[in-house]
Design a protein around this ligand. Structure first.
Ligand code: FAD
Length: 516
């Protein structure tokens, strides 16, 4: 379709006074693929806690479609026509918890509609993949593995989009070694809130590049990302070691991350009950041996470190010897270290197996009052004590993850927020309290109570003596967001004024109220 024709259609869109009126004549916008929301997909997300129906959904065919939409919406004519009320949210896979990818009475841009585009380049010094902002990480993995390559840093779950995780940070067990996903991006194509299509990098328009990384969808829509790649291992030796003492558990995690030349992945979780192990027992049958230990004393809380060593096969390294060397330094309980060898793909894709189990039990599409934190090392023991006031083995369903990251792997120029207290702590812990609720046993009131408890826990954890910052959180008011950003607020707000001055983008985060 011709650009001029599209502009005419957009003008029709802008001619109505109410932002939602145009959905009554969807044909007006059909060629631009602006359609009324026909499913609940655009109105909800993985959290199932917030529901906001948009006026329309844009199914873009190209970055230019997104640019056109935003350019027109940010024009003064649009501001006059809509009274400055139309907002736009990019929706990746919709795996947010609190409506962050929603645009109530606005327009949701379905990034999955962009043609899938993943181009892999193997270079003598640097290999990378150019991937569309709506591509899933699972697709990136499949494509890059064809050339024996893979991104360096991963999230635990791969059915998330590149644009979605780069708008937050993208963390997982490789982040201690390679930094979060936002530390592994070389270049971006971004459509700003003004509709400008900009290619940016650390050398080219760096302000936009760093603003968008961890920028919560506030400054622009990522339509392409250049992701750094490394040689992919053939197999992975994946180990789990069990602990009955928190300080020994964190001590060993810190030991593991101090050996990046041997260790490729480190995470960990709280073993609240046998259920904490069942989810992944298909993928990891070896540790069922630990269940007998658990049954001996059900009142105790145990901890499990998960770590992995890559096996490149063609290289000289003997992975068994490396594992032996590592495990000799660790202080886990008795003989309770178990390991399996799996393909690299299966290792990275491990949560998909848990998803299948939960789906089969009707426990995937349920409310998820999740809470994630970055906790400085100096506050982690106190945080752990606080946690038991809010999490009890009797009724908690889901994992509680605890694992360390290294502060110096985070680029402070990005918009991502990291704890400001304990800056002398090189180690910062991720704590993910990933609760699922069973609708048969937890009513609406019960979910509300859990959300209230989450707010209380977040408040207590944010006190200076612990100094935690939320990750992936949605704060209740612009004032709370300012507290969250701390010293980074001024820069974040000035980026907003520069790249999305009418506050069109990212309404679901609730950071900037929309202005005309
Ligand atoms: P969406 O939920 O669709 O969007 C999230 C935000 O990003 C919204 O504000 C949206 O407007 C914005 N956005 C989306 N696409 C773009 C774009 N192209 N350009 C600009 N802004 C955009 N996170 C981790 O870091 N590590 C993990 O291990 C991890 N595991 C997870 C496991 C599960 C089962 C789930 C449900 C989530 C997990 N997450 C994890 C959280 C996840 O990274 C974030 O929720 C992420 O935003 C999800 O990506 P998405 O594509 O679903 O984004």
């Amino acid at each position: 379709m011709e650009l001029a024709q599209r502009l005419v259609l957009l003008a029709l869109l802008l001619a109505v006074s109410s932002p939602c009126k145009f959905i009554q004549s969807p044909m007006d916008f059909g060629p631009l693929n602006v359609v009324p929301p026909t499913t609940t997909k655009a109105s909800s997300d993985f959290g199932r806690l917030s529901f906001g129906t948009p006026c329309a959904v844009l199914k873009p065919n190209s970055a230019e479609d997104i640019s056109l939409l935003l350019a027109r919406l940010s024009s003064s004519a649009a501001a006059a026509a809509f009274g400055g009320r139309v907002t736009v949210a990019a929706r990746g896979a919709g795996h947010s918890i609190h409506g962050q990818a929603q645009a109530p009475d606005g327009i949701v841009v379905e990034m999955g509609s962009l043609p899938p585009s993943i181009e892999v380049r193997r270079g003598p010094l640097l290999s990378y993949a150019d991937v569309g902002g709506g591509a899933m990480w699972s697709e990136v993995l499949e494509e890059t593995l064809k050339l024996g390559l893979a991104p360096r840093s991963w999230t635990d779950y791969l059915h998330l989009t590149v644009g979605g995780t780069l708008s937050n940070a993208g963390i997982g067990g490789q982040a201690f070694k390679h930094g979060p996903q936002i530390s592994n991006v070389l270049q971006l194509d971004v459509v700003t809130g003004k509709g400008e299509l900009v290619t940016c990098s650390p050398a080219e328009t760096p302000e936009l590049f760093y603003a968008v990384l961890g920028g919560l969808g506030q400054f622009g829509i990522i339509t392409r990302a250049r992701i750094a790649l490394q040689e992919a291992p053939h197999k992975v030796r994946w180990a789990r070691a069990f602990y009955d003492d928190f300080r020994t558990f964190t001590g060993d995690q810190e030991l593991l991350i101090s050996m990046p030349e041997m260790v490729d992945y480190v995470e960990g979780f709280v073993v609240l009950s046998e259920h904490s192990l069942h989810g992944s027992s298909n993928a990891f049958p070896a540790h069922v041996g630990f269940i007998a230990e658990l049954r001996k004393d059900r009142s105790r809380i145990y901890y499990c470190i998960e770590f992995a060593v890559h096996d490149y096969q063609r290289r000289e390294t003997n992975v068994e010897q490396v594992m032996e060397k590592i495990s000799r330094k660790m202080r886990y309980m008795g003989s309770h270290m178990y390991s399996v060898e799996v393909s690299y793909f299966d290792f990275l894709n491990r949560v998909t197996m848990e998803e299948a189990t939960l789906r089969s039990r009707g426990l995937w599409e349920v409310p998820h009052p999740w809470l994630n934190f970055f906790v400085p090392k100096s506050g982690i023991n106190e945080f752990k004590d606080l946690l038991w006031d809010y999490v009890s083995p009797e009724d908690f369903m889901g994992p509680v993850l605890i694992y360390p990251l290294l502060r110096d792997k985070w680029n402070t120029n990005t918009s991502a927020v990291f704890p400001e207290t304990g800056v002398s702590d090189r180690v910062v812990y991720v704590v993910g309290i990933l609760r699922s609720t069973n609708p048969n046993t937890c009513s609406l009131q019960c979910v509300r109570d859990l959300l209230r408890h989450n707010r209380e826990l977040a408040e207590a954890a944010g006190e200076p003596r612990i100094g935690a910052k939320q990750y992936l959180g949605r704060h209740p008011s612009p004032g709370h967001w300012q507290d969250h950003f701390g010293s980074k607020w001024g820069r974040f707000a000035s980026h907003k004024a520069r790249f999305d001055p009418l506050s069109i983008l990212g309404p679901g985060q609730g950071i900037f109220p929309r202005s005309a």
